[in-house]
Design a protein around this ligand. Sequence first.
Ligand SMILES: Cc1ncc(COP(=O)(O)O)c(C=O)c1O
Length: 405
Amino acid sequence: MSVVADTTGADFPTLSREGVVYLDSAATSQTHRSVIAAMDDYYEHHRASVHRGVYPLAVEATDLYEGARDRAAHWLGAHARGTVFTKNASEAVNLVSYSWGHANLGPGDTVVVTEMEHHSNFVPWQVLCERTGARLAHVPVDDEGHLRLDVLDELLATGTVKLVAVVHVSNVLGTINPVQDITARAHAAGAVVLVDGAQAVPQIPVDVAAIDADFYVWTAHKAYGPTGIGILHGRPEILEAMPPFISGGHMIASVSLDGSRWADIPTKFEAGTSPIAEAAGLGAAVDYLQGMGMDALRAHEQDLTGYALERLRGVPGLTVNGPADAADRGALVSFTLDCAHPHDVAEIVARRGVCVRAGHHCAQPLMQRLGVAATTRASFGVHNTREDVDALVDALGDVITLFGD
Ligand SMILES: Cc1ncc(COP(=O)(O)O)c(C=O)c1O
């Protein structure tokens, strides 16, 4: 299996640092050099605000900003008009829960989430239900780490479900959920669907049009892009009908002492000065991923995940969470070791430069389902190799030597 990206540091400057084995791309990916260059280019050559100016710098900045929106939308098969820049995936979910949720939910309605949601796609719905009097129901996870779609069907059959919120790729189990099928079932029952693609977009080919969800959210900092910018792809008709989330400058058509009218989408949802450098960086990240090809990226990462599953299963006292087959999972593996707490595991392997994440991964309902307080998670990016997996397994040997019987 070929490595799809240069690991010498030419592509990802941080990785040129001696002794770093970066296995935490699911938390945040490394920044690709072209992304840094695109942001520098904005600051050094095109610095101006977008949309308002008519002088060349402002026109160039607007082209950078809108060009990034067009490329991101086109890449994933979404409408540019329905593509809203947000701060991150969390803000994109909050935009929908506040704007769509408050306008459409009340007592007697049900919002369905799943037991494997990241808090970002769980807490906003919990808060919304508390405020509107709607009921929050959940789809459980089975012992293999898959969603119980029979329970989803039972919930949908009540006729009360207004919205289903589901993660595309779980950040703990790695499970790739059948979001197209879930969307079709929910739509047949008259429910709106939001898919959290924060892990999916950088890890697997995603076709927003084929999935057909009403809302699809993701975040640039996990997709080799900058921090500070995320995306909400919404069905244009539904976004048009929604009230603004954050109001103020830029998102208006006109303002008078008597009232205001809103700008068209997507501007209606982009109050204030835009994250222009971040959008330029996001556009470069899209170009990078598109140039590599998501099929090639997926093949590389699936190979690494399969190899990691095989090697980790050979470690005494280690339990892997989630589906057994790499074909059913994204590029991450979370696990527990009998002899040591996940935080101790992360700390000991870090002594060999291996960077993994330990904790509840912002998925406490799932931790409760798994019967653990925390896990250790290794996640893979385009730059990782089988040697990185070997380094993790060798370092786990240190943990067993220290903490084992
Ligand atoms: C599945 C999932 N959803 C949402 C998020 C939140 O992303 P952000 O921090 O960019 O809002 C994360 C981040 O860890 C995630 O893994």
